[in-house]
Design a binder for this molecule. Structure first.
Ligand code: GLU
Length: 305
């Protein structure tokens, strides 16, 4: 059965969910701006959630730098900032619920075991831990069959998660709750109606839809944004050391992000737009936001201001 197609006229709640593993860069600005514009153009709320569960990757000072960059670029959020580190009981409740329903099982496999099996988890521990092995992680026993979701491009997407990904981890060997579970619990608890985020996360959407169904949470709509690539053709990311946003060049950065999002500019040339005030640029961008213009391919963008 198809999930109910939510009308865009329902009260809209969007969110931006950065991990504090480094400062924002132009690529993350593209995602933040696309999600903010979509919320504001739909008179919606835009929540800010700091996804700080992966403690080994958190960088001291990164959260403060992210907040300062969002403020400097005029991307204001609604309500209190939520931090995943303060929400652990919710994730453990969800895990307990899934465990009670027999949807999860302990797994003893190491990365190397799984690598030896070719990458996709082959279900080694699904029928019980092998003799003499200790539980490390908890995995979802993926039900067979496809899940569906509504993409804002007005298409219904489907994925057979069991076939494509296999039984995925919900709690890691280091006991950290996995991103897939935390994000679903939070989007549900925060009443998020529209998830607007980078295309790199599209491959997670099937897993998240599956968990929403198992936890009886409503399905948001999904809109995936183009990725900003560096000159090397790789996605700009903290891992490949994309330079931090320069907060004193907000209009120039926002102009680049609008170009990456395929949106019209108020003036024909980017350098002229960069001279406009930040708020004039943002007001124009809200009034002219057209998700239909999002480029189908990812493009390199200049990384220097
Ligand atoms: N925390 C994730 C990231 O920084 C984003 C998660 C999401 O938008 O679903 O890439």
């Amino acid at each position: 059965m198809l999930p109910p197609v939510l009308s865009i006229s329902v009260p809209y709640t969007g969110r931006f969910a950065p991990s504090p593993s480094g400062p924002l860069h132009l690529g993350s600005l593209v995602a933040a701006l696309g999600s903010w514009l979509d919320a504001r153009a739909n008179s919606g709320r835009w929540l800010l959630r700091i996804e700080d569960l992966d403690t080994p990757r958190n960088q001291p000072g990164a959260e403060a730098a992210i907040l300062a960059s969002l403020q400097a670029h005029g991307l204001d959020w609604d309500g209190a900032i939520e931090r995943q580190s303060a929400r652990l009981p919710l994730y453990h409740d969800a895990l307990a619920h899934l465990r009670k329903q027999d949807h999860v099982y302990p797994c003893a496999c190491t990365r190397r075991d799984i690598g030896d099996a070719g990458g996709r988890y082959p279900g080694t521990c699904r029928a019980g831990l092998p003799d003499g092995r200790q539980a490390r992680a908890w995995r979802l026993a993926c039900p067979a069959g496809t899940v569906q979701w509504v993409a804002r491009e007005d298409v219904i997407c489907t994925e057979d998660v069991a076939a494509v990904v296999g039984d995925f981890v919900l709690q890691r060997a280091d006991r950290i709750v996995a991103y897939q579970l935390a994000v679903v619990v939070d989007d549900g608890a925060q009443g998020v109606t529209d998830v607007v985020r980078g295309r790199d996360l599209r491959s997670s959407t099937g897993r998240q839809r599956l968990l929403q169904d198992l936890l009886q949470l409503p399905a948001p709509r999904y809109l995936h944004l183009p990725l900003a690539l560096g000159r090397d053709g790789q996605k700009l990311s903290k891992q490949n050391l994309a330079p931090a946003l320069q907060d004193n060049a907000a209009s120039a950065n926002l102009t680049k992000a609008l170009i990456a999002l395929g949106q019209p500019l108020p003036l024909p040339a980017a350098p002229e737009c960069a001279q406009l005030s930040r708020d004039a640029l943002l007001d124009w961008a809200i009034a002219h936001w057209q998700p239909a213009r999002l480029p189908a391919t990812d493009e390199p963008m200049p990384v220097s201001p």
